[in-house]
Write a protein that binds this ligand. Structure first.
Ligand code: AN7
Length: 376
């Protein structure tokens, strides 16, 4: 295996963002090398990386126009990570630290993305990876990934919350490392997305809009924003605006949900383990939590695709749906970042069932028929 341990990080912050084109650029080294001073790693930590992080912050003007008030809305497109979701940021840390500690196997419960990411990084580290998933509720792309990456997949008759209970007990009893977001190294890795946003904008945004499931990611972003703020790299902290699907909104309703339901299967979670930390982030940032219906999620999902050319998975579109829903509260001239946590390719069934495209199938293979169908 090729490790990037000896890679010399010579990038300065501007270069790492690709802004300075006058000097030759080295490849993005992955977030552990890029942010090693901010992470609990040492010379001895074997860096297991797929060069995750360094994802683009894309202006999404059609959404800015919808909000009005001269706002600038950006998408932090973390669906462009190596396994197609933000989980890679946490997993490079969790697996590198597990490797450092001599661990040979990892386990997680997952609505899909964690399992794909855990499997990829675990296998790269030469470890076994067990994943527990809710039977029938994991999007096809995610399941395909876990299988191809060689995970040992256990599908249970029960939802994510049940699966998480089981893996927590197993990790307590047996020599296996848990890599869900209760693992503190996961959040350490994920906080780097906030660093990237501040470096790109030169300041923290006014609002951060983010989907919530287990609420690890909102917690990690809040950590990251605070660390850079305390280091003088930004002069303000964003309001943390968290969004959940209406059928699966324990943090909005203030109580656990026994049977969470939503088309956004990634965030079909009724008992978030990071509840207290997420509530703290909301309170300290003077932010807010709100739920969005599946219909609002799908509207935002379609807008992103057909107006912005961005294919994000339904759970990610909850951040856009939420911003649109709260648009009356947005301050004039605000800079807003919506986190797009996962790639749309993860869930092809949802895409095919929910789009406004013209799709003329099974036509005769001749010019006249095709031209006529095109309206000529
Ligand atoms: C695309 O993969 O929980 O609030 O098991 O896949 O940090 O839980 C996924 C969560 C948002 C919510 N967007 O993040 C899993 C899992 C996408 C996700 C979330 C998830 P957290």
């Amino acid at each position: 295996m090729v490790l990037t341990q000896n890679f010399q990080v010579t990038l300065n912050e501007n270069l790492s963002l690709g802004i300075n084109e006058t000097k030759p650029q080295k490849c993005w080294p992955g977030l552990i090398k890029r942010y090693q001073a901010w992470l609990p790693v040492s010379e001895k930590t074997p860096v297991i990386t797929l060069q995750e992080g360094g994802t683009p912050l894309i202006p999404i003007n059609s959404i800015s126009h919808r909000i009005g008030k001269n706002v600038s809305v950006y998408a932090k497109y973390d669906g462009l990570n190596p396994t197609g979701s933000f989980k890679d940021r946490g997993m490079t840390m969790a697996i590198s630290k597990a490797k450092e500690q001599g661990c040979e196997a990892v386990i997680c419960a997952s609505t899909g993305n964690t399992s794909a990411s855990a499997a990829a990084y675990a296998k790269r580290a030469g470890m076994r990876c067990f994943v527990l998933i809710p039977d029938g509720y994991v999007a096809q792309g995610k399941l395909a990934q876990a299988l191809v990456y060689g995970a040992e997949v256990i599908s249970i008759k029960g939802n994510f919350d049940k699966a998480l209970n089981i893996v927590q007990s197993i990790a307590d009893k047996y020599p296996i490392t848990l890599v869900n977001s209760v693992n503190p190294f996961r959040l350490e890795g994920q906080k780097t997305a906030a660093f990237e946003i501040i470096e790109y904008l030169g300041e923290a945004p006014d609002w951060l809009c983010i989907p919530m499931g287990n609420a690890g990611n909102i917690t990690a972003y809040w950590m990251g924003f605070n660390e850079y703020f305390n280091a003088g790299k930004s002069t303000k902290l964003p309001k943390m605006m968290g969004f959940q699907a209406s059928g699966s909104a324990p943090l909005v309703l203030g109580k656990n949900i026994q049977d969470p339901q939503t088309i956004a299967t990634a965030i079909r979670i009724g008992k978030p383990v990071n509840r207290e930390k997420a509530l703290m982030a909301k309170e300290k940032s003077n932010g807010g939590f709100l739920d969005v219906t599946d219909q609002e999620i799908i509207e935002a999902y379609k807008l992103l695709g057909k107006e912005e050319g961005i294919f994000a998975e339904p759970a990610s579109a909850a951040s856009i749906a939420g911003l649109i829903k709260r648009k009356d509260e947005v301050p004039n001239g605000a800079t807003i970042v919506c986190v797009l946590t996962g790639n749309g390719l993860k869930d092809p069934d949802c895409a095919i069932a929910n789009n406004d495209a013209s799709f003329y199938s099974g036509l005769e293979a001749n010019i006249e028929t095709v031209a006529k169908t095109m309206g000529f």
